[in-house]
Design a binder for this molecule. Structure first.
Ligand code: GBH
Length: 448
């Protein structure tokens, strides 16, 4: 059996703090914008569903790590809740909160699982939101201080760090369309938040170079855009959509420039970046983290603000329960696009997975999830193809280990390869978890 995956390929799973931990205020933690958002029925789509308990991972961490080991995971990507570590966002360090992440990391290492730590997966301390959050230029220094606190304590035990998870989603969801915390809908805020996020990314990488000795990178969500037709309007719309989602953050971080199309997208809301801002955003990073879920077929649509582009539904395609088209080839395409456009960087797939309706747990404790198994099979094979074509992909973190709080959509969208009964907190390995165990054990050879 052959495999395209290098021997030391890092197979793992990913999660995020607010989506799984529960007990968000325990042991002196400061509230986050997600604590506020999820408790506000005017904002939260799945009203009444919060991260108060979630998967209770905060109390079940050791059992969850034991389960990871049983599945043969070589790596685990988690995020730290900023407000557990620094309850006010800056200043006073909360040892109890930092202690949770120390214990998690030590438990992972004791089980031979490599930790990847994301500093920011969307849970800004509420105290910082009260100062303007990502709209405040000081956010770059706040984030660097938090990063430094984490690096000083954990670098060495953690050898792979991520600054931000998906700045596009933070801005588009949090400041432009308001579907995610802090729930703003303001086109003038969006480019300001984007710029500060990338300044914060750069400031954290700079702090890392002073304190840390290993690897740090940025995680972006990429959805390759394919023009619906050869018409000049559709091609221009596709270029705008690509600039908006796929290049908005990578271009400044790696090339020190903003895509020209962004000025078209934002119109009078666009703000130029100073040379100083561009220089701060552009720091040498050690890898690019790619989150891939779907693609878009794009057409011009002047009525869809502010992009003037829309996606075309594919009548013959399969869609997940979050209504995203299943399109494995897009993962090969996007990995090669990163290789070709950003200087052939080291790449980790930092998220890939799907929500499907799962049948109830059968009596013998089996959960058949053939659609998820199929999704994973084809997407992992697509990663193999990109490696064969020269992309330097070093790992694959499946989203997600556990069913969890799918942000504003609540608990009904299940991405886990492990089923969670949110009444009893019982965990049950789905067929997809067993499939993934086999993929890991054979280093991908079982796919061919
Ligand atoms: C990730 O974001 C998050 O990092 C993670 O926390 C979350 O739980 C997980 O994905 C699942 O949602 O409507 O066809 O245009 C996902 C980023 C950006 C992917 C928007 C889907 C829209 C697809 N998402 N995108 S479509």
């Amino acid at each position: 059996m052959t495999t395209s995956f290098p021997d030391d390929f890092l197979w793992g799973c990913a999660t995020a703090a607010y989506q799984i931990e529960g007990s968000p205020l325990a042991d002196g933690a400061g509230a986050s914008i997600w604590q506020r958002f999820s408790h506000d029925p005017r904002l939260m789509a799945a009203k009444g569903e919060t991260g108060d308990i979630a998967c209770d991972h905060y109390h079940r961490m050791a059992d969850d790590v034991a389960m990871m080991k049983e599945m043969g995971l070589k790596a685990y990507r988690f995020s730290a809740a900023w407000g557990r570590v620094l309850p006010d966002g800056i200043g006073r360090v909360n040892e109890a909160g930092l202690g949770f992440y120390e214990r998690l990391v030590d438990t992972l290492l004791a089980n031979g699982i490599e930790p990847l730590c994301t500093l920011y997966h969307w849970d800004l301390p509420a105290a910082l939101d009260d100062k303007g959050g990502w709209l405040n230029r000081d956010s770059a220094e706040w984030f660097a201080e938090y990063g430094r606190t984490m690096f000083e304590r954990l670098d060495g035990r953690v050898k792979k760090w991520v600054t931000l998870n998906e700045p596009w989603v933070i801005t588009d969801g949090g400041y432009l369309h308001g579907a995610l915390a802090p729930g703003h809908k303001n086109v003038f805020e969006a480019p300001i938040a984007s710029r500060n996020l990338m300044r914060a990314h750069g400031a954290a990488v700079k702090a890392y170079r002073e304190v840390g000795k290993h690897e740090i990178g940025l995680v972006v969500n990429l959805e390759p855009k394919y023009a619906a037709s050869e018409s000049p309007d559709d091609k221009a719309a596709t270029a705008r959509a690509t600039a908006y989602m796929n290049r908005q953050y990578l271009d400044p971080a790696i090339h020190g420039k903003c895509p020209a199309e962004l000025a078209e997208v934002f119109g009078e809301a666009w703000v130029d970046w100073s040379a100083e801002d561009l220089a701060l955003a552009k720091q040498k990073i050690d890898f690019v983290g790619v989150n891939y879920y779907t693609r878009n077929v794009t057409r011009a649509d002047p009525t869809n603000w502010p992009l003037a582009a829309n996606m075309v539904r594919q009548p013959l395609a399969t869609y997940t329960t979050t209504d995203w088209e299943v399109f494995p080839r897009g993962l090969t395409d996007v990995l090669l696009w990163v290789k070709d456009n950003y200087g052939d960087p080291a790449i980790y797939i930092t998220e890939n997975g799907a929500a499907f309706f799962d049948p109830p747990v059968a009596e013998q404790g089996r959960i058949e999830d053939p659609l998820r198994v199929s999704y994973l099979r084809h997407h992992i094979a697509a990663v193999g193809k990109a490696i064969e074509q020269g992309a330097d992909v070093r790992g694959y973190m499946l989203w997600s280990l556990l069913d969890n709080l799918e942000w504003s959509l609540g608990y009904s969208k299940r991405f886990g390869i492990v089923h969670v009964n949110f009444g009893t907190q019982e965990r049950t390995l789905k067929d997809s978890a067993k499939f993934y165990r086999e993929v890991i054990a054979t280093n991908g050879a079982c796919l061919s």
